[in-house]
Design a protein around this ligand. Structure first.
Ligand code: G4P
Length: 535
């Protein structure tokens, strides 16, 4: 029997689906730049034994060199390929780490990636506490009830008081903390961590890689006395008594976070974190579709597109759609239904990504992420199934914070520009709003860096030289109404200030918050939203 025979005969599928799904953990790392996400990622991969060290280190070096030159990263796409999805195994579990783009700008890609994970690791710099971007990303996780595991990093440097750090998490994020380990000292005196449940100590040795170096409860006093740190004993006792017990249900509901302390640079605390992630973090969750809830261990394959990447390989002008499998098992060569167009497509070359390499994926399970090469058929938010007519909901678009008009150097190329903008909008690089009164289209950006990206890609890929002009409008909001009639009435009355987005959905353009509020007051039956979810 050939592989394709098997793929059409669902009864012949192996029964291991449930256990394959149950052992998967699909997560992202959220953090403020410089907190140590890259370092931690490397160390997680090292522990997982999956790292191709040379490739990874090179990639890191490349990223460092070009950190301030994001465009060149975009251009050769090296870093995106490297860091899209990383899969590794540890202790019988399969971990899929989805990377969020490394640049510092607010990015839709980052937020969409969070729709494709089941949990997140929040990395916090022990000296800095909760920073701006961490808070923003956390809010997105909270919207989706994504459980968070916290790793407090850089304990080998001067840090703040651990109680103070936890207090800040609780106050600023309204998230209960349940430390699983407790740091012993900090900075140059960072000895290791105390396991609050087992009551023993894991010591960091000079080389930093000392996970097996366990000191049992009875030896702790002597250890601390020997280092002149007896005073710490009270802190350990206090931590054990005062900190709440870890509650799995509260964690899974997104209201409590288990906390681990360590030093990614010194390779310390990583194993605790991995074990915590394996034990506490949920396997692939049930996923809401328009007609029903889809369970991960269902026999039939379903998936949705959360990210599109163009020109990953300069030799092929292809686009890769990153899909998250929500249920079942994907097999190379299988035929699937592309629900939006109701057409069938064959998955000839689904791919896994690792380091600089792509591999053909012969099979994948719910929770996994695969790349599907295509020429623009697949869009963000699209659903793939084995035939069922359902669409997954909840992949968001965010209202732009910047609106511009595109100024074309060569007016003869207007048609080409329209086509290019359509393609790039479908890919999620830019949002395009076409005013219904026929005036020129507006482009919308969520972060300022996106302007450079658009300009650059229009030049390189479409041969179009463009500049940007300000627009009288500064805000765009999607408009929704209970009845088609309410909507029509609104659109009729506001023709000059409404536009259609790439899907043809109505958008209100507004010159200021004041003007927006005025419209909201006047049209109370309608909703004006700054997040649009595919539904
Ligand atoms: P990011 O991806 O979150 O932006 O952070 P990244 O891992 O790149 O780390 C930012 C800086 O913090 C790096 O230093 C890195 O070496 C350092 N770092 C990460 N984890 C730890 C830790 O546990 N302890 C200490 N002491 N430092 C840590 P850099 O100076 O920017 O780069 P490099 O020259 O050291 O590579």
């Amino acid at each position: 029997m050939t592989l394709s025979d098997v793929s059409t005969d669902s009864a012949a599928r192996p029964t291991g689906l449930e256990s394959e799904v149950a052992r998967r953990r699909t997560f992202a790392i959220i953090s403020h730049p410089d907190a140590g996400k890259t370092t931690l990622t490397e160390k997680l991969l090292l522990f997982g034994g999956a790292i191709q060290l040379a490739g990874q280190v090179k990639a890191r070096g490349e990223r460092r060199r070009t950190r301030s030159d994001w465009m060149s990263i975009e251009r050769d796409r090296g870093i995106s390929v490297v860091t899209s999805v990383m899969t590794f195994e540890y202790d019988g579990r399969v971990f899929n780490l989805l990377d969020t783009p490394g640049h510092e700008d607010f990015s839709e890609d980052t937020y969409r990636t969070l729709t494709a994970v089941d949990s997140a690791v929040m990395v916090i710099d022990a000296a800095k506490g909760i920073e701006d971007r961490t808070r923003k990303l956390f809010e997105v996780c909270r919207l989706r009830d994504i459980p968070i595991v916290t790793f407090i990093n850089k304990m080998d440097r001067e840090t703040r008081d651990p109680f103070e750090v936890l207090d800040e998490i609780e106050k600023t994020l309204a998230l209960d903390t349940a430390p699983i380990t407790w740091p012993i000292g900090g900075g140059r005196d960072f000895l290791g961590t105390y396991d609050l449940r087992a009551g023993n100590v894991r010591l960091m040795n000079a080389s930093g890689d000392s996970h097996e170096d366990l000191v049992p409860e009875e030896g702790i006093d002597a250890l601390l006395a020997g280092r002149g740190m007896s005073a710490i004993r009270d802190e350990l006792d206090l931590a054990r008594e005062a900190c709440p017990e870890f509650d799995l249900e509260a964690f899974r509901a997104g209201t409590m976070t288990p906390v681990f302390w360590g030093s990614a640079l010194r390779n310390f605390g990583i194993k605790d974190l991995l074990e915590g992630l394996g034990t506490f973090a949920p396997p692939p969750r049930d996923q809401a579709a328009d007609r029903r809830l889809v369970h991960a261990a269902e026999e039939k394959m379903t998936a949705f597109v959360f990210k599109i990447q163009a020109n990953m390989d300069p030799n092929h002008r292809d686009r890769i759609a990153f899909v998250r499998l929500c249920s079942g098992r994907l097999e190379r060569g299988m035929k699937v239904r592309h629900v939006r167009t109701a057409k069938q497509m064959s998955l000839h070359t689904p791919q896994f990504f690792f380091a600089q390499e792509r591999h053909i994926a012969d099979e994948a399970f719910a929770g996994d992420v695969v790349g599907i090469p295509n020429h623009g058929t697949l869009r963000i938010g699209d659903t793939l199934t084995e035939g069922e007519d359902i669409t997954f909901v909840g992949v968001p678009s965010f209202a732009p914070e910047i609106l511009r008009r595109v100024r074309l150097e060569d007016a003869m190329k207007a048609k080409k520009l329209k086509q290019a903008l359509q393609e790039l909008a479908e890919e999620g690089v830019v949002q395009v709003f076409r005013p219904v009164d026929g005036s020129p289209a507006l482009v919308g950006f969520v972060g300022a860096l996106q302007l450079d990206v658009l300009q650059n890609r229009l030049a390189n890929e479409y041969g179009l030289t463009v500049g940007f002009e300000g627009s009288q409008y500064s805000l765009a909001r999607w408009v929704a109404a209970e009845t088609a009639r309410d909507l029509e009435e609104f659109l009729e009355a506001n023709r000059t200030a409404t536009a259609e987005d790439v899907d043809g959905d109505p958008v209100l353009l507004s010159t200021s918050n004041y003007a927006l509020n005025y419209v909201k007051e006047k049209w109370k039956k309608l909703r004006f939203t700054d997040i649009k979810e595919v539904q």
